[in-house]
Design a binder for this molecule. Structure first.
Ligand code: ZN
Length: 451
């Protein structure tokens, strides 16, 4: 049993939050210290003064198999096409060990940053074959005590352009994945795009899987595979089971098309994932002067009531040099890119990395309330807005009721004491922040810091 004593939540506080087994057992107003009752035998009490408890992040769009190959690639022109080209040769040299090690490193980094559920797209194509899938499955198994991982089979090179992709995708589904991916706009023309969409839905329907596609990740406003995907979802009765990522071209499309297709997304309960980090980088490369931000129509999807999330997407690969699986950082970038600044807007940004992706995942026991699984994170901040502003990692992360990551940021400002830790004389301690199983017997208070 863990008792988080006197923590804040987004609804107020202070409260005592009790975890029993994997579950939040209770949330009760924190009594004054003198009135606090005896501590139950075996309970670990964590002093929560100054801590804000939030549900752990859900990163609903990442690429674990591609991560951390950046230094091995030739420099690219910064476009999606350039990135896919640059990655192709490296993918052909994937080994299961190599993918598993890199994927595991990113899972641990994500957990440290507060994500305990991660949905990854895994390349299934002639270059990656099934090696990326095998390595990612191994990493997910190795990290099963830290994080839940869902895998989407992703034909990065197309299913019409890449003649091997269909057989490999079918085999990937046989081996076991959580959703069928796709990338129809990558095909040569609308007929091939339609064929791509139909193939992916056939595969998903045969295996009773959800669909989660990369859609219209281009500045070309004439590319409109979003409507193909949504029409297919409606025609097959796959409402509520389809997710589309990126949807960049919609930003440049005419208002009539945008309004029509956004309305259809709402009718078909299609989820939309914007990936601000990667698309701020990849999109708008041909623009001069007014350079597009690369994001889809966040405001219009929001106004229409469509479930919209923010994802990490790429980490240190051919597509993006940055990233660490940090959804606090992604929410921060989303707030900048999508003009989310009012308090309601910032609540929306939080929803985009918590409740909205939890809905895509199909979670019913998610949040900070009694009876749900205790996947939680604690920021040393007065509010979500302050956590977003400071960009410090959560001090504690819980997965299934157990602490799995602990971070501390120590800042010393002044004169003589600043160098104390460097002298190794027992002065200020600087702690690392790698994710990992924490000691269940932990009872000391997290380090304080000044900002
Ligand atoms: Zn992606």
């Amino acid at each position: 049993m863990y008792i988080l004593r006197g923590v804040k939540t987004v609804d107020g506080g202070p409260v005592d939050l009790t975890i029993e087994g994997e579950t939040i057992a209770s949330l009760a107003p924190a009594p004054p210290a003198v009135a606090a009752g005896p501590i139950p035998a075996g309970a670990v009490v964590i002093p929560g003064d100054g801590l804000l408890v939030l549900p752990a992040f859900v990163d609903i769009h990442i690429h674990l198999d591609k991560a951390f190959v950046r230094d091995e690639l030739p420099d690219t022109d910064g476009t999606l096409e350039g990135a896919i080209r640059a990655m192709r040769d490296r993918k052909a040299r994937y080994t299961s060990d190599d993918v598993a090690a890199r994927a595991s490193r990113l899972i641990r980094s994500s957990v440290t940053a507060g994500a305990t559920r991660i949905r990854t797209h895994v390349d299934i194509d002639a270059a990656a074959r099934l090696v990326a899938l095998e390595g990612t499955r191994r990493a997910a198994a190795e990290c099963a005590d830290l994080c839940d991982v869902q895998i989407v089979a992703f034909p990065q090179e197309g299913v019409v352009r890449d003649p091997q992709a269909r057989r490999l995708m079918e085999r990937a589904v046989e081996l076991g994945v959580d959703a069928v991916g796709g990338m129809p706009h990558w095909e040569a023309d609308p007929a091939a795009q339609r064929e791509h969409v139909r193939f992916c839905f056939d595969l998903a329907a045969a295996a009773d899987l959800d669909v989660d596609m990369h859609v219209d990740e281009t500045d070309d406003a004439g590319v409109r595979t979003l409507e193909m995907v949504v029409d297919e979802a409606i025609a097959r009765g796959w409402e509520g089971r389809v997710t589309v990522g990126h949807v960049c071209s919609l930003a440049g499309a005419d208002e009539a098309y945008a309004a029509r297709v956004i309305r259809k997304c709402w009718e078909a309960s299609v989820n939309v994932i914007a990936n601000p980090a990667t698309n701020l980088i990849l999109q708008g490369r041909g623009d001069r002067g007014l350079i597009r931000r690369g994001l889809t129509r966040v405001a219009e999807f929001r106004a229409a009531g469509v479930n919209l999330c923010f994802g990490q997407d790429n980490v240190s690969d051919g597509f993006c040099p940055f990233g660490r699986g940090d959804m606090l950082e992604i929410a921060f970038l989303a707030a900048h890119a999508a003009h989310l600044t009012s308090r309601r807007d910032l609540d929306y940004a939080l929803r985009g990395v918590t409740e909205a992706p939890a809905r895509v995942w199909g979670l019913r026991d998610y949040g900070v309330r009694p009876g749900v699984r205790a996947d939680l994170m604690c920021f040393r901040a007065a509010s979500w807005e302050e956590a977003l502003r400071l960009q410090n990692p959560p001090e504690l992360v819980f997965f299934k009721g157990r602490p799995v990551a602990r971070s501390a940021v120590t800042t010393v400002v002044g004169t003589a004491p600043v160098l104390a830790g460097l002298r190794g004389d027992g002065g200020e301690e600087r702690r690392g922040s790698e994710g990992g199983a924490a000691d269940d017997g932990w009872t000391d208070a997290p380090s304080r810091r000044s900002t």
